[in-house]
Design a protein around this ligand. Structure first.
Ligand code: ADP
Ligand code: DP6
Ligand code: CO
Length: 330
């Protein structure tokens, strides 16, 4: 099915624009990763995934009427050229929701995380855009519909409509409307995420191309859905019992399993830099010394540490540049 046909069923008979739509959405880090699509048009995943949101880190987006007679996209104060990939993706997404309305828009968005560097800017970016469009066009979509629609912009964005621990259910319908996120409502106040920024440069192969390459060329990928399903179960257990060791072990093994499938692709896909590998060894050394710290990694060279509040000082000493996020404290 085409996106436009799926969205059509959700829009009012006549779409009317308001003055302004404005929203923030947090980025999120998957503990059980989304890697591989069963439908590339609708971003329907091969496996369910589970993430934790990154509090104040994410995207802030404002949608208004354009004053130039053409669609405009501004990222971090910089006008994006109309034929840039960034602007095209944003405008294509907006066009799904404006019905017959031909009015051009100005989308102005700020990321307080690096863009396209494996810190899930596509998740916060498309979730914030979806929330802003819902306001601007008075769509009155439910959270579930917002999540399913944000998914069509970027899969991981389905999870950024919610905060805390969030599960994206894979769904089974052809129109994908049952493939949306749900919130787990299991706060874990002591949980901390530490961002080890290796580089903020844009990756050469984006997540979309990376997962397609893996699905199409890595025999090892066949093991991935099984790994993900088993890890999802373990994460539910870990979150339910606040079992930090189980959470950390599962997230780390899940991330490395995903990366194993990428490395087994052709051409090979290795997002790691020497500094990423050094950080992994440091985590393993610290763990051998008795510190409870684990890591996860997305499609990029940056490492995310998982630890608990009680170990924050020790980790700041080991990683002086660490940016610490407390997902559950307001
Ligand atoms: P990341 O690891 O940052 O999610 P991806 O390759 O998945 O990297 O996605 C990067 C893409 O996400 C960008 O090229 C752009 O299309 C989209 N994106 C990032 N930030 C925003 C934003 N604030 N608003 C809209 N789209 C965004
Ligand atoms: C490794 O959601 O960025 O971060 O759906 O093509 O936009 P598209 O991909 P995207 O993929 C994220 C992949 C990941 C794992 C995850 O966040 O679950
Ligand atoms: Co992304």
């Amino acid at each position: 099915m085409r996106k436009i046909d799926v969205v059509k069923g959700l829009l009012p008979a006549t779409v009317v624009a308001g003055e302004r739509g404005e929203a923030f959405a947090p980025s999120n880090i998957a503990l059980c990763k989304y890697w591989g699509k069963r439908d590339r048009e609708l971003n329907l995943p091969i496996n369910a995934s589970l993430s934790v949101s990154l509090a104040h880190l994410g995207s802030h987006t404002i949608v208004t009427e354009s004053d130039t007679g053409a669609d405009r996209v501004v990222l971090n104060g910089i006008e994006q050229s109309t034929d840039s990939k960034f602007a095209r993706k944003v405008v294509e997404f907006v066009s799904l929701f404006r019905g017959d309305l031909q009015q051009p828009v100005l989308v102005s968005t700020e990321n307080n995380i690096p863009t396209a560097a494996g810190l899930a800017s596509s998740a916060s970016g498309f979730a914030a855009l979806m929330l802003a469009l819902n306001q601007f066009y008075n769509l009155n979509l439910t959270d579930i519909e917002l999540s399913a629609c944000a998914r069509m912009g970027s899969g991981s964005a389905s999870r950024s409509i919610f905060t805390g621990f969030v599960e994206w259910q894979m769904g089974h319908r052809d129109d994908g409307m049952d493939s949306h996120a749900i919130v787990l409502d299991k706060p874990w106040p002591d949980l901390r995420i530490g961002l080890v920024k290796v580089t903020t440069a844009e990756k050469k192969v984006d997540s979309r191309a990376g997962m397609q390459r893996t699905v199409e060329s890595a025999h090892l990928y066949q093991s991935w859905p099984l790994q993900a399903a088993a890890d999802l179960e373990k994460l539910h257990l870990a979150i339910g019992q606040q079992d930090f060791m189980l959470l950390g072990e599962t997230a780390e093994q899940n991330a490395l399993s995903m990366h194993a499938t990428m490395i087994a692709s052709w051409p090979p896909l290795l997002y790691w830099q020497p500094e990423s590998v050094a950080a992994m060894h440091k985590v393993w050394d610290l763990r051998a010394q008795g510190l409870q710290v684990y890591f996860t990694m997305d499609a990029g060279p940056n490492i995310k540490l998982l630890f608990q509040q009680q170990d924050e000082a020790a980790l700041l000493e080991a990683f002086p540049e660490l940016e610490v996020v407390a997902p559950f404290s307001s």
